[in-house]
Design a protein around this ligand. Structure first.
Ligand code: SF4
Length: 682
């Protein structure tokens, strides 16, 4: 038996942990962490350990399939791609190229190869419509930080002396970060503050604020009130490097801790305390949760308040605060669009801040474009590394839209819920079956580190790497000039250039491609219109928005919709993460499913008693949008009156409960993180 150990990289989530893969006679049998990897240092989460079950899952797509008379038929690659080309040409002839939307999921966006080829294909085809998770995921905070700092600084917790986990549970969603914080709290002089309606595993090591969901802006404004009025702000930084501080001083006077305690369910005492801890501890960094503040009708402004808290305390560009990680220098293989994607005109700050054109359209407008033809008809879609039938709010609308297209193709290693609606499914390799570039995704965590990922096993079944699928489809559509590559090596050579290419090729475990950018404001002007940190944003003011954020109630609440509250008296928060799964993925992997077999709705014992629910019972969760069933878990760790459900489960999809009726007018983010609901035994 031939046994080989291959050092490579896991791409099941944004962390890109190093892996040591054992391959016996060409079959992957075991995966361990790679201690030599300087970022993950041997760490591996349950998903990484389950990689052998993942690649050989019985649910893998192993051949292309085409739907004929409502049933799946296995077909050859030639048949499948010829059929795709015929249907895409027909849509183009009837409605124009822009009637095609290429949908690239977060996993795709985080994978350079997948995102690059999806973007290149849509450019070559002539449609501007690249859609992704951009207007439900990280874009709001990116814009908020760009509006404030002219760049996108992210948390640099290694040398922080105070960390605020704001709506964030890294033990569930970013295991490696959870480990890092745990070690810091045990060994370093570091304080932890947890802002969350639920206690998280790290709460026992910190100062917990059990906040009312959706009221984070009230807490942030009251903290600013304390920091300013108690003279705890960084005068040197504020005076020299910011604009708008005098306006902020005046603005926050109305937002006292006593005012905020009514709104947030927190005591004024606690609000004052955490404001003092955060301001005095320098360096401090807020680690913002995965959309806990953004999916709100004032989401961008909520995120901006965190930027302003960092700024007034001088916690910008210093080690341990928020710093910028340089982008990896790769060739841009995208093609120039002739027009902008859907939503660009209505959301100009989202789409084009200071001339920085976003490559993505407003994905939540997809159902409207398909079902109502507004702003123009979208009639075909290619979905890659995405599962919008489950992962988007108002899932019913997305499903209906996907089902009513003239043509839908899905590229994926698995038959996802979206693929089940498709005309053609094209089996993609997993990352273990191809080589390519891996890098710690700088949008989520900041380490400028990259690796040339080694292929571990041969493709399973007849699956193909993404570059080949897009290229072969391109050839059939007469776009061969844009897809001149014949193998993986040529593709990698096309996007890797110069020194980085040499460094990566000579360092099989990867290399740092740059350095975090500390103290940037001292040497040069920032890329804001004023060249300084903009506490007061003239850009927002000119666009008709608040130049300094105000507090807004969530779209649904006891105060904003009191009549609805009479009928639906509980607050639903959705999006809880588990280490076994990445978004909607991996439910088909037996070892992970055994470890986390079903979604659970968490409620406080007082809530359970009030509504006749018991631990382990099946409950109906109802909102004005929809109803799902979920098993109840009773826990003291959650605030009474709040219901927490995980996301990503097609069998009990939280996105069936939320809608897109109320949106942030700056970013088009739907307000769906906190929704009113009711519960009863099923
Ligand atoms: S944290 Fe992410 S990259 Fe690391 S092993 Fe788990 S799934 Fe893979």
């Amino acid at each position: 038996m031939a046994i080989e150990t291959i050092n490579s990289d896991c791409m099941l989530c944004v962390w890109d942990c190093g892996i040591k893969a054992t391959v016996e006679d060409g079959r992957l049998t075991e995966v361990k962490g790679l201690p030599e990897h300087p970022i993950s240092k041997g760490y591996l989460c349950p998903r990484g350990e389950a990689l052998p079950s993942y690649v050989y899952s019985a649910s893998r797509l192993t051949t292309p399939m085409r739907r004929e008379k409502g049933r799946w038929q296995k077909v050859s690659w030639d048949d499948a791609l010829d059929y795709c080309a015929e249907k895409l040409n027909a849509v183009k002839a009837k409605y124009g190229a822009r009637a095609l939307a290429v949908f690239c999921g977060s996993v795709g966006v985080e994978s350079y190869e997948v995102a690059t080829f999806a973007r290149r294909f849509k450019g070559a085809f002539g449609t501007p419509n690249l859609l992704s998770v951009e207007n439900i995921c990280f874009r709001a905070r990116i814009l908020a930080r760009q509006l404030t700092y002219g760049r996108y600084p992210i948390e640099d917790p290694n040398s922080a002396r105070c960390i605020i986990l704001w709506g964030h549970n890294p033990v569930g969603s970013k295991g490696m970060l959870g480990e890092l914080i745990k070690k810091k709290l045990d060994n370093d002089n570091c304080e932890l503050i947890v802002v969350n309606p639920k206690q998280i595993p790290l709460s026992e090591k910190g100062y917990q604020l059990l906040i009312r969901p959706g009221t984070d802006a009230a807490l942030a404004l009251a903290m600013l009130n304390v920091i300013i009025n108690e003279d705890l702000y960084d005068k040197e930084f504020v005076n020299n490097y910011t604009v708008g501080f005098p306006e902020l001083v005046e603005h926050v006077q109305q937002y006292t801790p006593e005012w905020a305690q009514e709104i947030t369910w927190l005591s004024a005492f606690d609000i004052k305390n955490v404001a003092r801890i955060f301001a005095r501890a320098k360096p401090s960094c807020i680690i913002q949760g995965i959309n806990s503040l953004d999916q709100h009708k004032n989401g961008l402004q909520n995120s901006r308040l965190l930027s302003i808290l960092q700024a007034v305390t001088g916690n910008f560009a210093a080690p341990g605060s928020w710093v910028t990680v340089p982008r990896i220098p790769l060739a841009n293989l995208s093609l120039k669009d002739q027009e902008t994607p859907i939503g660009s005109e209505d959301y100009p700050i989202f789409s084009n801040l200071w001339g920085r054109q976003a490559p993505f359209g407003i994905a939540t407008l997809f159902p409207q474009a398909v079902l109502e033809g507004k702003p123009y008809p979208i009639r075909a879609s290619i979905v890659t590394a995405a599962n919008p039938a489950v992962s988007f709010p108002a899932a019913q609308q997305f499903k209906e839209a996907l089902s009513s297209l003239d043509f839908l193709a899905v590229i994926d290693p698995f038959l996802t819920e979206t693929a089940e609606l498709a005309d053609v499914v094209l089996p993609a390799c997993t990352f273990l079956e191809k080589g390519g570039l891996s890098h710690v995704y700088g949008v989520v965590f900041g380490e400028p580190y990259a690796m040339l990922r080694r292929k571990v096993i041969e493709p399973v079944g007849e699956s193909w790497p993404d570059w080949k699928i897009w290229s072969e489809l391109g050839l059939r559509l007469g776009m061969e000039e844009y897809f001149p590559w014949h193998n993986e090596e040529e593709v990698i050579d096309a996007y890797l250039k110069g020194e980085l290419k040499d460094k990566l090729k000579s360092n099989p475990l990867g290399t740092y491609y740059g350095e975090k950018e500390y103290w940037v404001y001292k040497n040069k002007k920032l890329n804001t219109p004023s060249g300084k940190v903009e506490i007061y944003s003239q850009t927002l003011k000119d666009a008709g928005f608040d130049p300094i954020p105000i507090y807004m109630e969530p779209g649904q609440s006891q105060y904003s919709t009191p009549e609805l509250y009479q009928e639906y008296p509980l607050i639903l928060i959705s999006g809880e993460r588990a280490q076994e799964y990445t978004h909607t993925q991996l439910r088909q992997v037996p070892v992970l499913r055994n470890s986390n077999p079903m979604p659970l709705a968490e409620i406080n014992p007082a809530t359970a008693a009030k509504y006749g629910l018991t631990d382990g019972c099946l409950a109906l969760i109802e909102t004005k949008r929809g109803t799902i069933q979920m098993v109840v878990r009773i826990t003291e760790k959650i605030t009474p009156g709040v219901v927490s459900v995980p996301h990503g489960w097609a069998s009990a999809n939280a996105n069936l409960l939320v809608d897109m009726d109320v949106i942030d007018p700056i970013t088009a983010y739907p307000d769906f993180k906190t929704v009113l609901c009711r519960m009863k035994p099923a």
